[in-house]
Ligand binder design. Structure first.
Ligand code: HEM
Ligand code: NAG
Ligand code: NAG
Length: 333
């Protein structure tokens, strides 16, 4: 049974005894992630994830409620991954934090869900940080867009070149934070190719009225961020890759602009957004600045196929194969 509300902005689906609510407008996303944030902060993940009992206590993404275990994990996550501003030595900082985490005896043997922090292993504990998946998906999409749009690629390379100190031998984050256009390119990639199109499923912890409709306790609640990001009511020329739209715009992904929510918003918002953004910046900066790119067999770059494929994340249907060539000015000797 399916109820459609408004111009399909709120869809309620009954799957057997399970109600699934899908929200596809910024206004309803705001109701869910902000106004009724607490009520909708439950998690509902596939049964298989919960078969591992320890998982519930030691995984942040899967913790079904905001209890103490969850608060602890979120606090670690905060220290570990969302160091704000420019970090002098990011890796050192991360190592220190890692030690803290390892000393705390959280341990789980588990299969890992795409975005998560889970401490696992017995003797030699390791910290596995997922979110790797969404970071990599974003890098691949951004590279694909840059390869397809040579003018954007060259403008980006120019900007990076200008931001590098004369005689400096490496790229570092302090330089990159000055690259506005670069940031706009990443933002635009997160809009047009959002890695988590339905975010991660939420669950209603209590009954709640949403858009005059009663959403019963235990309903699964999905926010269709993909639809919001591509809705012409929210974005002009929504289907095109146009980084310029983010220049001179006040829109950010920090959780208060509900037409742009690649990292979600509210108490379940991705705690890794800072780290994710920085990693994308660093990797792509090197790829763009040091290398020229072509397609295997010298195929025309403009013909690059951009079809995507949805599972829980939105990836390219076909893998991206590119041939790098070190730019001449960086050849040694
Ligand atoms: C481009 C990169 C990334 C994107 C687009 C992304 C996106 C998301 C989204 C949409 C959610 C679900 C929010 C919700 O349920 O409403 C999420 C959750 C989460 N992300 Fe990320 N993420 C990224 C990178 C990372 C990184 C680098 C880390 C860790 C280092 C990370 C750790 C987490 C964790 C632990 C959660 C679960 C939070 C909770 O349930 O309370 N993410 N992420
Ligand atoms: C860069 O290196 C050149 C030659 O090695 C030197 O003359 C110049 O002063 C350096 N510039 C800066 C800003 O350090
Ligand atoms: C990109 O997004 C970040 C985070 O929302 C924001 O701080 C930044 O101003 C945006 N930059 C550009 C140029 O779009």
């Amino acid at each position: 049974m399916i109820h459609l509300h408004g111009p399909h902005l709120l869809i309620i689906i009954r799957l057997g005894s399970q109600l699934v609510v899908v929200a596809s407008s910024p206004a309803i996303a705001m109701e869910i992630l902000k106004t009724h944030d607490k009520i909708f902060s439950g998690r509902n993940l596939p049964y298989r994830c919960f078969q591992i009992i320890e998982m519930k206590q030691s995984s942040l993404t899967m913790s079904s409620q905001c209890n103490d275990a969850r608060k602890f994990l979120r606090a670690i996550g905060h220290n570990f991954i969302s160091v704000s501003g420019v970090v002098k030595d990011g890796f050192l900082e991360q190592k220190k934090c890692l030690k803290k985490v390892i000393n705390h005896k959280v341990s789980v043997r588990a299969r890992i869900f795409p975005y998560d922090i889970v401490v696992f292993g017995d003797g030699n504990r390791e910290l596995l940080i997922a979110g790797t998946d969404s970071t990599i998906i974003t890098i691949v999409w951004l590279m694909a867009e840059l390869i397809k749009n040579l003018d954007i690629f060259l403008r980006l390379r120019e900007e990076i070149g200008q931001a590098i100190k004369p005689n400096s031998t490496s790229l570092d984050e302090s330089i990159l934070s000055r690259c506005e256009y670069f940031q706009a390119c990443i933002n635009e990639t997160l809009r047009l190719h959002i890695p988590g199109p339905f975010l991660v499923p939420h669950q209603a912890l209590e009954n709640c009225i949403l858009n005059n409709y009663l959403i019963p306790k235990d309903s699964i609640v999905l926010v269709n961020a993909w639809a919001i990001h591509l809705d012409p009511n929210n974005w002009e020329d929504a289907a095109s890759f146009k980084p310029d739209r983010f220049l001179d715009s006040k829109i950010d992904f920090l959780g208060s602009c509900f037409e742009f929510i690649p990292f979600s918003s509210g108490r379940r918002m991705c705690p890794g957004f800072h780290m994710g953004f920085r990693n994308i910046l660093l990797v792509v900066a090197s790829l763009v600045y040091y290398f020229d790119w072509s397609l295997p067999g010298g195929e025309d770059l403009r013909n690059l196929d951009m079809t995507d494929k949805f599972c829980t994340t939105l990836k390219r249907e076909k893998p991206l194969y590119l041939v790098p060539r070190l730019r001449e000015r960086f050849h040694v000797g």
